[in-house]
Write a protein of this length. Structure first.
Length: 299
């Protein structure tokens, strides 16, 4: 059974090969990063619009999130092109295999950023202004691993800017509740990306880059759970601020169960289990979204 994208049928063999490389470079075949970006953006859109987001705005943020996550993956691989071959999990990425040139990656990054900018065209000026720090953080994050002891914190800021942008698009303002959600999501990103870094800890120590898993040392698991706890507490505060109904609190309880399960899974620091646990954070994202959506649906 042919599982290639349908548009491959209309491409030459050379273009099929190039598109396959670009898809892997963008991680379009691995949607977990897009989902982890998209859920907080949806939380914000639902809260800002009180459960009824404009379809045009929803589509713009969905596509824009995909394009910016893809651009972030490409620039990340460009920045790590001299390291990925030495890391077990990344040794088969396009740069590590010599399948792509630096110039190609930079042009692809520019094209993806332009596509994301086109998604912003129907939105208001404040949303455009909020996109500038978001773009800066996304494009500079990969280089922080050379000097910043907790680059996952920087990533948390980058992964959270869809929240104030969503409020700006819906209400032309960025209220306190938006920044509360921003802080909550930054803590969640710190939690799951530290688990992600735990999977690569041995390799990262050898090549000399910095991660939160290395910086926290033997306290890495305690740090992950502290970040999860802070994230959940802020989301509970959000629930109080919006007058959340039963579905939201049931979602909160389900999230707490997921977080406790994560502790028991990662305490052995097994590489594969840590990576699987990172991927499992998608469940936390959609649980919070389901709680918010059902709260507004039945409020």
């Amino acid at each position: 059974m042919n599982k290639q994208p349908f548009f491959f049928r209309y491409c030459s063999d050379d273009w099929r090969k190039r598109l396959s490389v670009y898809i892997r470079l963008m991680r379009a075949d691995k949607p977990i990063g897009t989902l982890l970006l998209l859920w907080p953006t949806y939380w914000a859109l639902w809260v800002a619009a009180e459960g009824v987001p404009n379809i045009g705005i929803l589509l713009a943020f969905t596509l824009g999130t995909f394009f910016m996550r893809s651009a972030g993956c490409v620039i990340n691989d460009f920045a790590d092109r001299d390291f990925d071959g030495a890391v077990e999990r990344t040794k088969n990425r396009p740069f590590a295999r010599g399948e792509v040139r630096p110039k190609e990656a930079l042009l692809l990054t520019a094209a993806l950023c332009l596509a994301a900018a086109v998604c912003l065209l129907p939105l208001n000026r404040l949303t455009w202004l909020m996109s500038l720090p978001a773009l800066f953080l996304a494009m500079t994050y990969p280089f922080t691993k050379r000097f910043f002891p907790i680059p996952q914190f920087y990533l948390g800021l980058a992964f959270s800017f869809g929240i104030p942008m969503a409020f700006a698009a819906v209400s032309e303002s960025v209220p306190f509740v938006a920044w509360l959600m921003f802080a909550a999501n930054a803590l969640w990103t710190l939690a799951y990306d530290t688990v992600y870094a735990m999977a690569d800890k041995e390799d990262d120590l050898k090549i000399g880059i910095k991660t939160s898993a290395i910086t926290f040392g033997d306290n890495d698991i305690a740090a992950v759970m502290a970040f999860h706890a802070g994230f959940t507490l802020l989301m509970l505060l959000l629930g109080g601020m919006i007058g959340a109904t039963l579905p939201y609190w049931l979602a909160a309880a389900a999230v707490a169960v997921c977080q406790v399960r994560q502790y028991f899974r990662i305490r052995g620091r097994n590489r594969q289990i840590c990576f699987q646990t990172f991927v499992g954070n998608n469940r936390i994202g959609w649980l919070w979204f389901a709680g918010l959506a059902l709260h507004y649906a039945f409020a």
